[in-house]
Design a protein around this ligand. Sequence first.
Ligand code: CMP
Length: 139
Amino acid sequence: MGGNKTFTMIKPDAVKKNAIGAILKMINDGGFRIVAMKYTKLAQSEAGAFYEVHKERPFYGELVDFMSSGPIVAAILEKDNAVEDYRKLIGATNPADAADGTIRKLYATSIGENAVHGADSDENAAREGAFFFSERDMH
Ligand code: CMP
């Protein structure tokens, strides 16, 4: 077993649409192995800390409110070239620009409520994974 790791969240909009199962199937069918996974809900302060890098962006408040508005699924995924391949599987941030067959094309509502998060670098994948999971959660 090997490969690179990435980090994902299934966001509150997709959880509300009952799309957890369908999205996890796309993740598995895409060749990703689940290393750690948790169904949880972020407090506002936790969502704020997770998205700290976007603090100066105009959409930060909206993003934090949305990400703490309902339960999410957080997971660490493994595959060769995980970060880049997962970003291909989820599609563009704005679902209007997302390619056919991608998770966001199928399940996202808008640029803010865009169904899933995917880490954008190996460094961020490690940082974001460590936000939710300890070594003993990873298998
Ligand atoms: P995500 O991949 O989780 O990383 C940051 C998030 O900020 C992004 O997905 C979007 O959900 C959100 N975001 C980015 N741009 C905008 C925007 N213009 N308006 C609202 N939310 C945005």
